[in-house]
Design a protein around this ligand. Structure first.
Ligand code: NAP
Length: 264
């Protein structure tokens, strides 16, 4: 089996990364930086997002597991003290795969440029570079509303505990293949009207954002910030691809939610 280890880059994570690599090589597993069967992320959820984007083109062949060197994360449940146990599991036991849904974002342009397709593990956010965001929101091909405000956040179930939560969105169990559309400070008065509540869309519904004016957009895909000009539409739907987690023990989602936000 081939493995790769990715570190947050701080001393603790780098040291642990070297230890994991050396332990796995002792078990005759092969370190491979382009075609690993398993990727071990060492750091936090932010590091895990980097690991996901690094291997997003081979999701069907790669499984992910996270070790946290700070606090318990949503993608990182193994502690540095448990690393020996994790290595033995990876080397010796055929692991169970748990899949989580992803968000597919397709940006199309009105200047003839080729469309861009992205996959997000947490979310996509859309803002303008200057002024309020004004966009028509279409759901399943029908105009739903014209949004005016700071921006929109479209998140995956596993991303619902990240930016989406700060916007008052619901926390969604990752076994549900859905996407959530949450508003960032919408303008609501006698002239402008938006729904004001986060919306959950099922797998077969597409959400299309269409600019009302020709401005530049700042679109984030997880930790990545991208500037887009001449945008014709931003299409969001549940992706066909999924992320695969290597699971060696139960890691109940609601327990993680409780331990992260209430008490451990
Ligand atoms: P960052 O600004 O350095 O850190 C953002 C925080 O979000 C970190 O504490 C990170 O956990 C946590 N996080 C990431 N994914 C999460 C998840 N699925 N559930 C719960 N918490 C999560 O940015 P970053 O490390 O590059 O991560 C990018 C993410 O930051 C974005 O995808 C977005 O969700 C989030 N973000 C949140 C807000 C907000 O809540 N107001 C604003 C901007 C961005 P670790 O400490 O374990 O890495």
């Amino acid at each position: 089996m081939k493995f790769f280890v990715i570190s947050r880059g701080d001393d603790t994570s780098n040291k642990l990364t070297r230890k994991i690599k050396s332990y796995l090589e002792d078990f005759n597993l092969e370190f491979h930086d382009t075609e690993p069967d398993i990727v071990i992320s060492v750091g936090g959820d932010g590091t895990f997002l980097h690991a996901f984007h690094h291997f997003k083109d081979r999701l069907a062949e790669t499984a992910f597991v996270g070790v946290h060197t700070g606090h318990l994360g949503f993608y990182t449940d193994w502690t540095p003290e448990e690393v020996e146990k994790l290595v033995i599991h990876i080397a010796r036991t055929p692991f169970q795969i748990v899949k989580y849904p992803l968000l597919e974002v397709t940006v199309r342009y009105n200047d003839g440029s080729k469309e861009n397709r992205y996959l997000a593990l947490n979310e996509c956010t859309v803002r303008t570079v200057e002024g309020s965001l004004v966009m028509d929101v279409e759901i399943k091909g029908e105009l739903f509303e014209t949004f005016r405000g700071d921006g929109l956040c479209i998140s995956t179930p596993s991303g619902s505990t990240a930016y989406n939560k700060a916007l008052g969105g619901a926390i969604i169990h990752p076994s549900l293949p859905t996407l959530q559309l949450a508003e960032m400070a919408s303008i609501n008065n006698r002239v402008y009207r938006t729904i004001g509540s986060p919306l959950l869309l099922p797998q077969h519904h597409t959400c299309m954002l269409k600019p009302v004016n020709d401005v530049d957009y700042q679109i984030t895909i997880d930790h990545l910030f991208l500037l887009h000009k001449h945008v014709k539409s931003i299409q969001c739907r549940v992706a066909e691809e999924e992320i695969r987690f290597a699971r060696f023990r139960p890691f109940p989602f609601w327990k993680r939610v409780k331990e992260s936000f209430i008490s451990d």
